[in-house]
Design a protein around this ligand. Structure first.
Ligand code: SF4
Ligand SMILES: [Zn+2]
Ligand SMILES: [Zn+2]
Length: 296
């Protein structure tokens, strides 16, 4: 296998693009894909202040690295979920990453700032930890991004994550989630603008990018991942992709390009939560209700 650009020995094959690349040209290829996504969806401009939600995993650290190399002003926000050694190790990697590149990192501990951890929340709600975790990440990252005056909150969801989420939303015909599944969600009162520049980069490609770019990311999986149903769907989609390279991008790109407008939902009447004042449809927002149950 030869690199498409320099004809040198290839380090990685990207079947859906019918191409192979050496290490440096793969790095260039991924940065170009992300740059194109940012441009095509008018995600943000060079002068905007970006907050990247970082977990310590390959996707978010690769994204932060790419944004840095593309010349954007991106700071990181890390949420410590209180999942034992996994969270401690992830934080160390994010801190080392930021320090090596002289980047600004803001870290928030769910336990210290909000009085509970994800294992506490899972125990209190008797539901899979991932639903409490997803809700907490959305809430706290939005809270930090708006409170600190960032223009845009940038998330590291890759092509496979987004396609599996779409698959799940279609399987359940979840009209509200389908309406909100967009590469760009504009800002509204109390809610930061949210964008996903990795939607053209597959998971194995963010992993390869991270390795080739010398990023020391958290390789251990979260110990609570067992109940994550989107992960199961990802495995199924990986089998489809193996047999038909390109099917994942076709599915997701087709939705964004041709179908998502059909699911546009009116933003429900939002008003301030009686406790935290963040926008909600009920009297108290879902995060405050979770916190009430989880704090012991
Ligand atoms: S696997 Fe679930 S609990 Fe663990 S970090 Fe991911 S969403 Fe959170
Ligand atoms: Zn090359
Ligand atoms: Zn609230």
């Amino acid at each position: 296998m030869r690199c498409r650009v320099c004809r040198g020995s290839a380090a990685i094959e990207v079947k859906r693009h019918n191409a192979a690349f050496c290490g440096q040209h793969f790095i260039d290829h991924v940065r170009r894909q992300v740059g194109r996504t940012i441009h095509d969806h008018a995600m943000f401009g060079p002068d905007e202040r970006l907050a990247v939600g970082v977990s310590g995993g390959k996707d978010s650290l690769a994204l932060w690295d790419i944004l840095h190399h593309l010349g954007y002003r991106a700071e990181g926000i890390y949420l410590d979920l209180g999942i034992g050694a996994y969270s401690q190790d992830s934080l160390s990697r994010v801190e080392a990453f930021a320090e090596e590149r002289d980047l600004i990192l803001h870290s928030v501990s769910l336990l210290q700032h909000y009085g509970f951890s994800i294992p506490d929340a899972a125990k209190a709600t008797r539901r899979t930890p991932c639903s409490a975790c997803g809700l907490s990440k959305r809430y706290v990252l939005n809270e930090e991004a708006t409170r600190r005056g960032f223009d845009v909150l940038v998330m590291g969801h890759n092509l496979d994550d987004e396609a599996a989420t779409l698959f799940s939303n279609v399987l359940n015909w979840n009209m509200e989630y389908l309406g909100r599944q967009r590469p760009v969600l504009p800002a509204s009162d109390g809610l930061a603008k949210k964008v996903k520049p990795l939607i053209r980069v597959a998971e194995r490609e963010t992993a390869a990018y991270a390795v080739l770019a010398g990023i020391d990311y958290e390789v251990e999986e979260c110990p609570l991942v067992g109940g994550n149903t989107v992960n199961r769907l990802k495995e199924w989609m990986a089998m489809l992709e193996h047999d038909s390279p390109g099917v994942t991008q076709h599915f997701l790109g087709g939705f964004f390009g041709r179908a998502s407008h059909a699911f546009a939902v009116d933003i429900p009447d939002l008003h301030p939560c009686s406790k935290c004042e963040r926008p909600t449809t009920g009297e108290r927002c879902a995060f405050c209700r979770l916190q009430e149950r989880a704090v012991t």
